[in-house]
Structure formats: C-alpha cells, structure tokens
Design a protein around this ligand. Sequence first.
Ligand code: AMP
Length: 395
Amino acid sequence: MKTLNDFNFENKKALIRVDFNVPLNEDFEVTDATRIVSAKPTIIKILEDGGSCILMSHLGRPKGFQDEFSLKHIADKVEDVLGVEVKFVSDCIGEAAETAATNLQPGQILLLENLRYYKEETAGDVVFAEKLSKLGDIYVNDAFGTAHRAHASTTIVAQFFQDKKCFGNLLAQEIESIKKVMEIGEKPVLAVLGGAKVSSKITIIENILDKVDHLIIGGGMTFTFIKAQGGKIGDSICEDDKMSLALEILNQAKAKNVQIHLPVDVIAASSFSNDAETQIVNVAEIPEGWQGLDAGPKSKEIFHNVVAQSKTILWNGPLGVFEMENFANGTIELGNSIAEATKNGAFSLVGGGDSVAAVKQFGFQDKVSYVSTGGGAMLESLEGKTLPGIAAILE
Ligand code: AMP
C-alpha cells in the first residue's frame, strides 16, 4: 500500500483528490470545515517536502456550471485552515487549469473549480480523467468520502499515473482503522449495529459475523428480530418481510459462535414524539399502541458489560431515536461505555451513515479511537466491498 512516505515530493506537483464537499450557509460561508481540516496533514507534508499541491474536489450536485456550487466560495476558508495562500482557477481541465498548474511553484497550492461542473466526472469518463491527469506528476487520493464511487477524479484518473500514485494520510488512516477492526482486531471484537432498518444493514451483518465475537443489535432493527422470535412489539418499527432473514442471522451467529445481544427492555412511547408518555417494558411485551424508541435500563447495563470486556469495538448506528432528547439516553450511555473502554486500551471505530452525527452531537469524537469521515464509503467497507477508489491505487 503506497502512502505519502513512499515519495519525495520535491519539485513535484501533487494532484490531490480531496473531499471538500463542505456545508455552506446562505452567504456561501463554510459552516463546518472538518473535511478541510482532515486533508491538512497530507497537503502540509507535500509542501514541506518542497512540492506543490493541486487540489480537486466536488461540491454539492450542480447541474452544469452553477455559480452557487463554485469552489471559489470556499477558497478563503481553505487558505485560513491551511495557513498558506490558495490560488483558485475557474476550471478543472483545459487551458486555464493547465496554465495555472504549469505556473505553480514549490510550496504553492492551487484549488481547481468544481469537478462536477462536468458530467464526465460522475460518469467516470476516461478522456476527462486523462485531462485531469495532465495537471500533476503524482496522484494522491485523500478523499475517503468518495472512495466508493468510480468517478473520474476518484478512480479512473489513477490509471494515468502507473507507479506514481498513493493514498493521502486521511485515506491511509481510514484504511488502517477498518483493517484494525475487520482483519487484525484484538479479541474480543464487538460490533454495535443500531439504526432504523434491518434491510439497510443486512449485508454488513452477514459480513461481520465472520469477524466478531459479539454483536449488539439495537435501535429500530431490534423489533424485526423480536417479532420474528414471537415477541409482542406493539407499534414499534418492524420489517415483516425481513423476519425470516432475522431468524437466519440468529442461526448463523450460533453456528459461527458469535454472541448476539439484543435489548431485553425498552423505553416505550405512546407516540413517535418527544412529548409522548413513556414506560419501561420488556422488549417482547410491548403493549398495542406503544412503540419502543430507546434501550431500557437492563439493556444498557448488559451492553455496558459487553463493551467493557471488548478490546476492539465498531459502532454504527444509534440505539434509539437520538434526535429526540427523551430517547437519546441509550445512545449517549453506549457512547460513554465505548469512551471508557477506549480509555482502558480498546480500539474503537465509529462510522457509517448517521453515526458520526450522533457522535459529534454528544461530543464523543475525541473519546473514541477513530471517527470515519465517510458515510457511504464506510458502510460499503463494512459490507466487505473493495472500494474502487482504493483498488485504483493498489492496482
Ligand atoms: P441508520 O441511518 O440506519 O443508522 O438509522 C438512523 C435512524 O434510526 C435515526 O434517525 C434514529 O432515529 C432511527 N432509530 C433508532 N432507533 C429507532 C427506533 N427504536 N424506532 C424508530 N427509529 C429508530
């Protein structure tokens, strides 16, 4: 696996795919610069080597050249975060981009215009990718958030660099973290899967049954498993057509010696509302008209004990409807347990879908070992897929 350390960037132009798809407010100001901050180590390392950086990214989903999606809006923020002047060129291919790239001196940074102004980017067009490739000497992919897409700048462009391509620091870290859980994790390995639906997590569950010793299943997924086993779930969220699959998963887990931990009690609510009446009930005895919206006290204790024993922990998905204050406690307490286990030496990785939002909302991002920057890319990695953006560097 080639990383930045395999190259000396002195007098080289690095063409870097970053993920600067950052949120903007109405005044086109960046409201969360996390993604820019995450790319900083890669950019600074190349500049310190004596190289220059050509940054390429998409922003939003423009239909053609729409000014509101221009990367010119974020150039000042990139400059602020990096502490180095950022030149901007209003195209990502063609004469203007090529001239700007040719004139770039060691120590300088050039930001290209939005890649997705060209439909060829998402189409993975080879001719477009070749035009991009003309801009730099070494291709660096540091965008995990788009590594699951076979787009021109994330995947196809790599074929024009043969042995002059590598992972940036961020992408290398993401790959290492996934490996630490899925391949070389110290036992016992635990996965916590929450969230709304079994159907969106099924491929992940099937893949990780071969990797983990314990699996906590929580959140809305719980009820498909409980109903499938004959429990009464009231009005809780349930996918009836996935019940046989749920039973199959339980059987597979038994055969593979994986201990599955489902909630034993829940906070049941009289409606899907923060102001609903609540009661603590056995997970398999939820009255008609009530729905389970968070893990109950006994479940939280069981989950805490499993987390405390684990040396490697993967967390994807909330244990309840964490967006509502009254049903956020199961997710918060799980986060606390994982933070404590991490402090005691466990490796913990959080990522995929909405998990990162929950982790940030409750301030856990600095208390776990690694928070993934990729929603969809992380989910596909956990499903066991080789991401095209990663494969293209390894080829
Ligand atoms: P996912 O994107 O699949 O990780 O699902 C996240 C969503 O699951 C969040 O918006 C939660 O509100 C929702 N969720 C978690 N637990 C429950 C539950 N018991 N009932 C309904 N929705 C839930």
